[in-house]
Write a new protein. Structure first.
Length: 288
């Protein structure tokens, strides 16, 4: 069975219950959510999120797992601004606790950016932060996301993530989230050699370390290092390659999450709507 869903929102009176309802409206059987706005640290108390009702609805609908994404403002790689780094460590710890409180076992994290200090320094800071946060009893695994390599991002090469693994004391609490757009933009040939990518990944980490796949097309050619998502089939990766990844037997139990752009309504181009229900249906139909 294809394990497929999308990013969903969480707001208003229904909060997390509304997130589950949104996922079900797309006919999804998994989903990804932020615990609050990804651009800031403002968060409601867990008691306000309607978690028991959301989990009950998930159980009724047969949704067994979902993913939380950490906010973009967390930058463990910052060696320039100590307050920014300290905020990142502190808030990551809180997001882990919130993820566990909501019932998720995976928190996806952008590894960080070295902001001009070089990859070696950035990786050192990232692992320092992870070593402050992760313990043998941490109830959630942090899934390092593969990045496109724009600016001073760390994680555009699998070897960089492997180095973070190597230097993290409790690396058993780490996982990896593969983002198809990011890997394509970083120069990986996800169109013609995805199996080769999996082989390389297996040698570095072991396939079991893949916790999630962000399934996105790309508006840019391979190696552009720009990170601009496109709808399935509308970019340089193409629908066939993305469907191949979605249905790959090695990834059968791995949640695939759509983060594709909202699309304008034909009758009202100024209004944009989520494409996820149709994209999920297209993927489910393409079982060849």
């Amino acid at each position: 069975m294809l394990l497929i869903g999308s990013h969903v929102g969480m707001s208003g009176k229904e909060m997390f219950l509304g997130s589950v309802k949104e996922a079900l409206s797309y006919e999804a059987n998994t989903f990804m959510v932020y615990t609050g706005a990804p651009q800031n640290t403002r968060r409601k108390e867990l008691s306000e999120l309607r978690i028991p009702e959301a989990l009950a609805l998930m159980k009724e609908a047969g949704i067994e797992q979902f993913i939380v994404h950490a906010p973009y403002i967390i930058n463990l790689g910052n060696a320039v601004n100590s307050s920014t780094y300290e905020l990142a460590v502190e808030f990551l710890e809180k997001e882990i606790a919130r993820s566990a409180g909501m019932g998720s076992h995976i928190l996806v994290l952008h590894p960080g950016s070295h902001v001009g200090e070089g990859k070696e320094t950035g990786i050192r800071k990232i692992t320092e932060g992870l070593n402050q946060v992760l313990t043998a009893d941490t109830p959630v695994c942090v899934a390092l996301e593969t990045m496109a390599g724009k600016g001073s991002e760390i994680g555009s090469r699998l070897e960089e993530l492997a180095e973070i693994y190597e230097k993290t004391i409790h690396s058993e609490k780490l996982r990896v989230c593969l983002d198809t757009c990011h890997m394509h933009d970083a120069g990986y040939d996800v169109v013609h050699d995805f199996d080769g990518i999996l082989t390389a990944f297996d040698k570095l980490f072991g396939i079991s370390q893949i916790a999630a796949v962000h399934l996105n097309d790309s508006k840019n050619p391979c190696g552009a290092r720009k990170d601009r998502h496109a709808n399935l089939g509308d970019g340089y990766i193409g629908f066939d390659a993305l469907s191949y990844i979605a249905h790959h037997p090695v990834l059968a139990d791995v949640p695939k999450i759509l983060e594709t752009p909202y699309i304008p309504l034909p009758e009202n181009p100024d209004k944009k709507v989520p494409p996820y229900k149709e994209e999920i249906r297209l993927l489910r139909r393409d079982v060849s």
